[in-house]
Design a protein around this ligand. Structure first.
Ligand code: KG4
Ligand code: ZN
Length: 337
């Protein structure tokens, strides 16, 4: 079974082919990605209308590239999958429209995939995929969740953010420091030169006793600190504030992940979503988990942020597990929230 998958929920156009023939973990045949970062950079964030238009421009050339790279044609495709949500409505509609029209033209079934399930299952695209069951820390620009994953389709939310997501905390703090979009990687880069102990910032809900997160207070604290430093912040203070912010976010993510592992008794942790690319987070999780005999799995670095491979993979795994009925009605909707 060959799945062609489309991702267009935000500012990356991703297309991929995954092969789920056989009993093992489905195999990535090829994938292609176009990032719109350069286009949105001038505006300091994603402009939804520009995002939709760019997805339209990119999606078919990327599809041709993916098919050519895998030495396949559209005739080889058995199922077409797309990100149904959450995401920007107009952007999602591009992937959904293309996927459903292609499927209809080919007379093949189509399947809408939850974007977060794509992230959640993205470590299965790596050379050393995890085994079920595991705790998943899902940290993206829009979501921060801890989940217990028993098998494909069985996801229990153990805790989640009550306000901003971890990626949002990175992005908004970066913006306050005058760093370019996307803020997360820029803040992490600057933080590498700073002192994480220089500024005392809150660790919201660290001792709340549950597995929920809150990051909006941290953003306010960064704003307060940067105001105290005056209109022109020195490069050293900027790096110190970036390092202190990153340390606060990472400490909360680390402690809550360990608590979730302790609470569930599970010995495997999967980290997915864009913030999973953060080096400090990886270092601290690896160190703490190795002490406790816990394996940590990450998607490959280039598959941490949005991509089509994770959508094709999630669709293939759902089909393989028999938890998904494909749809041949070709009427489609998207679920931005
Ligand atoms: O998963 P993703 O690509 O898109 C969403 O589904 O949201 O995640 C994007 C988020 C952004 O907030 C970005 O700033 C953050 O992931 N991010 C990082 C790093 N790389 C991406 N945050 C911290 N450190 C990084 N290295
Ligand atoms: Zn994402």
């Amino acid at each position: 079974m060959i799945v062609l998958g489309f991702e267009s929920s935000c500012d990356e156009t991703g297309v991929a082919l995954v092969d789920s023939s056989g009993a093992g973990v489905p195999r990535l045949l090829s994938h292609a990605l176009h990032s719109q970062i350069a286009m949105h950079q001038a505006y300091g964030g994603v402009v939804p209308e520009l995002a939709s238009r760019d997805h339209i421009r990119r999606v078919l050339p990327l599809t041709e590239q993916v098919l050519a790279d895998a030495g396949r044609t559209l005739k080889d495709v058995d199922v077409v999958a797309f990100t149904r949500g959450p995401g920007l409505a107009g952007a999602l509609l591009v992937g959904a429209g293309v996927a459903c029209s292609l499927a209809a033209a080919l007379g093949k079934p189509v399947m809408g995939v939850h974007h977060l399930e794509g992230h959640l299952l993205s470590p299965f695209l790596s050379q050393d995929p995890p085994e079920f069951a595991f705790v998943a820390l899902l940290v993206s620009g829009g979501h921060t969740q801890l989940m217990q994953v028993d098998r494909v389709g069985s996801y229990e939310v153990l805790g989640e953010t009550i306000d901003d997501a971890a990626g949002e905390a990175f992005d908004k703090s970066a913006k306050l420091l005058g760093l370019p979009y996307p803020g997360g990687p820029a803040l992490a880069k600057l933080a590498a030169q700073g002192n994480p102990l220089a500024f005392k910032l809150p660790r919201p809900l660290l001792h709340s006793g549950d597995l929920d997160f809150s990051f909006s207070g941290l953003k306010t604290a960064v704003l307060t600190q940067s105001k105290k430093l005056g209109a022109v912040i020195s490069e050293k203070d900027k790096a110190d504030l970036a390092a202190s912010t990153q340390a606060a976010i990472v400490e909360v993510l680390l402690k809550k992940s360990l608590k979730a592992l302790e609470q569930t008794g599970l010995k495997r942790l999967v980290v997915a979503g864009g913030v999973g690319a953060n080096t400090l987070l990886r270092e601290q999780l690896n160190a703490a988990c190795s002490k406790r005999g816990i394996r940590v799995h990450y998607p490959e670095l280039h598959l941490c942020t949005d991509n089509g491979a994770m959508i094709a993979m999630a669709a293939a795994m759902r089909l393989q597990a028999g938890v998904e009925m494909v749809n041949t009605a070709y009427s489609f909707d998207v679920m931005p929230r």
